[in-house]
Design a protein around this ligand. Sequence first.
Ligand SMILES: Cc1cc2nc3c(=O)[nH]c(=O)nc-3n(C[C@H](O)[C@H](O)[C@H](O)COP(=O)(O)OP(=O)(O)OC[C@H]3O[C@@H](n4cnc5c(N)ncnc54)[C@H](O)[C@@H]3O)c2cc1C
Ligand code: FES
Length: 281
Amino acid sequence: MMYELSARVLSCESLSAQLSMLVLEAPEIAGAAVPGQFVMVQCDGHALRRPLGVHAAGNGKVALLIRVKGEGTQWLSRRSAGQMLNMNGPLGRPFTAPETRSHLLLVGGGVGIAPLCFLAAEVAEKHDVVLVQGAVTSAELYRAPAGLQSLIPSMTRLDSVTSVTATDDGTEGFAGTAFDASLNYLEWADVVYLCGPTAMCSAVNTLACEQLSCATPMHNAILDVETAAQKLLSAQVSLEVRMGCGVGACYCCSVPTVAGRKKVCADGPVFGLSDILWGDI
Ligand SMILES: Cc1cc2nc3c(=O)[nH]c(=O)nc-3n(C[C@H](O)[C@H](O)[C@H](O)COP(=O)(O)OP(=O)(O)OC[C@H]3O[C@@H](n4cnc5c(N)ncnc54)[C@H](O)[C@@H]3O)c2cc1C
Ligand code: FES
């Protein structure tokens, strides 16, 4: 069920030069949201709402992780406690998790970490989870603010997840992308989840397709190349595209898939990696 409401800002915290966290009082959305879903948030002076993945939900509250991109996200990152925000959600098709205990590999590039933290917290009791986060540099890695776990207690489950960090410039963790770092866990993983820039997801798809057509081995030949490539191609990927209405009415978010054009807001944002025609996006 989708709700349209006015939510009170409980906190808005700057986490780095580009990242901020908004925690909102929105019991209806908090009670209904599942990992992979998003909300559409009204930003001052903009007719079109901005889509933001649910980063955490519970205890009547919804947390959004915001990376400043343009005017809308800039405005959101400057909210103060007590102000009200119009929003609707939860929207979209969520991630799915296996029924039986499995090894889940979650790979987030940039602000793609936002919905994956929600997923990790929700599945951590039932599955073994590795959460890989990549950023350009150490200062832009996401570190959950101290107060988040007291506002949304389910986020304490992230403590049992294996967290791996990667930075493009090598200032913290693995030197390289989140996907490069995740290759160390690919053999271990039963299911892979991806969220990040389109270029990152497209590159993962290209690599997997190349492996299947017998290009160079993916990771020091440790892995059975075909199994690893199949694992990647069956990954669940959450797409970040520009949206208009967010509810399936305008077609501005449509992407080419093996089954024709699909709307990211209504048919996604979560798709199978190999269902997307990446070369045509
Ligand atoms: C399902 C979904 C979940 C998302 N979750 C998050 C999240 O959790 N946190 C977060 O910070 N962002 C998230 N985004 C991206 C976010 O919606 C955009 O960054 C935001 O709408 C930009 O609005 P703006 O007014 O700040 O920038 P605009 O002024 O609209 O745009 C600024 C510049 O960024 C480009 N741009 C805008 N949106 C996108 C986009 N989606 N992809 C690529 N380029 C874009 C524009 O072309 C322009 O060049 C998500 C997007 C989707 C579709
Ligand atoms: S944003 Fe309007 S149909 Fe998806």
